[in-house]
Every structure is written in C-alpha cells, then in structure tokens.
Design a protein. Structure first.
Length: 200
C-alpha cells in the first residue's frame, strides 16, 4: 500500500511514549505524516488497538496524539543487524473523536468476511481503491453518511469504518444483489488496517 499513500512521510528520530491508558511504553518514532507515524520497537500491539502517543521534542515540549494501530512491520533478515521493525499508528482526527460525545446519526451497515481469503480479495478488488460494496435492502441516497461494521469472523474482530454512499446497486440480475458502494472517509487507514489483518 506504500505506493498509494496520499500524504508525505518525513523521516524523524524522536523519542516516543505510548500506551493504552498510560504512557508507559517507550519507542522511537521513525517517520511521521499528517495521517500517522511509525514507531520502532519490539512491541506489536494488536492491529486496531487504540493508543495514546506522546512525542518528546528536543525543545522539551510534548506533542500528544491518539490513534489506532494500523500495521506491523517485522524486520525479517534485518533482525541480525539489530533492526527492530515496529508498527504504524493512524491518527484519530478531531471529528472522529468528537463523534464519541455527539449522538450517532449515520446509518449502520454490516459487511462480513468469513475467511482471510475473502478479505484479501475484497482488498484487492475494492478496498485498495477506497471503497467497498455492502449488501443492504435499505434504500439509501447518494452521499448518505454511513458507518460500516466490518465483521472479520475468522479472527473475531469488528471494525467500524465511516464513509458515504457513492453508488446504489439494485439491479436484480447483478451477481452482488442489492446494496451500495461505500467510499470510506479514511480510505488509506481502512486499507492499512484490513491489509495487516489479511496478511495475518
């Protein structure tokens, strides 16, 4: 997915502290963009886990972020040279955080994958391009805000992804049946999270 990134990543070397509740883990931030950062560490928190992150700047200031683990990057043969690998974090935007205190108004849709192979095919055919077909009998207009609950049955996880209706498919002869094409608000993060899970 690296070639599909739409934001520039800048190499850095900044001390970072992170954790689910407390900032009790230490790592090194190796790159950062407007959408996320990469932490070099032996730790591998579960993909989709929500973390607090603080960066210690040379000026003594602290920058605080909140995000979710989007991917793992293992060093492979680089292990013998002391490389640690690490994991990527996708920042949570202010509007995403605000939705936790503002009543939910988006329509909820469900998309299930029983196997890793089904997820991998959907990633290649649709999600990598920023959208996914979601079966539904509910009539929804173009542009309607939705929340897609992606149920990954083979690992027992569910991801909630926001988006909007980009197309309505209701022709009875279509192999997909009735449903809508949903364009994800944070397509890059959704593809990154699902890609990491698909790879196992």
């Amino acid at each position: 997915m690296d070639e599909k990134r739409r934001t520039t990543r800048y190499p850095v070397q900044i001390v970072a502290r992170y954790g689910e509740n407390d900032l009790d883990q230490r790592a090194t931030a190796r790159d950062i963009s407007a959408r996320g950062l990469f932490l070099e560490t032996k730790d591998r928190p579960d993909v989709s886990k929500r973390l607090h992150v603080a960066l210690e700047l040379v000026s003594g200031q602290m920058l605080y972020f909140e995000g979710v683990v989007s991917r793992h990057d293992d060093p492979g043969y680089g292990n013998q040279f002391g490389l640690l690998g690490g994991f990527g974090i996708a920042f949570l935007r202010p509007d995403e955080l605000l939705r936790e205190v503002v009543p939910e108004t988006a329509h909820k849709l469900d998309l299930s994958f029983a196997t890793r192979e089904q997820l991998a095919k959907s990633l290649e055919d649709e999600v990598a391009h920023g959208a996914a077909f979601v079966p539904t009998e509910t009539p929804l207009a173009f542009g309607t805000a939705v929340t897609v609950r992606i149920r990954l049955e083979f690992v027992g996880q569910t991801l909630a992804c926001r988006g909007s209706v980009a197309g309505v498919l209701d022709h009875p002869m279509r192999a997909f049946g009735k449903g809508v094409m949903v364009a994800f608000d944070s397509a890059e993060e959704v593809a990154g999270q699902l890609g990491a899970i698909a790879k196992g």
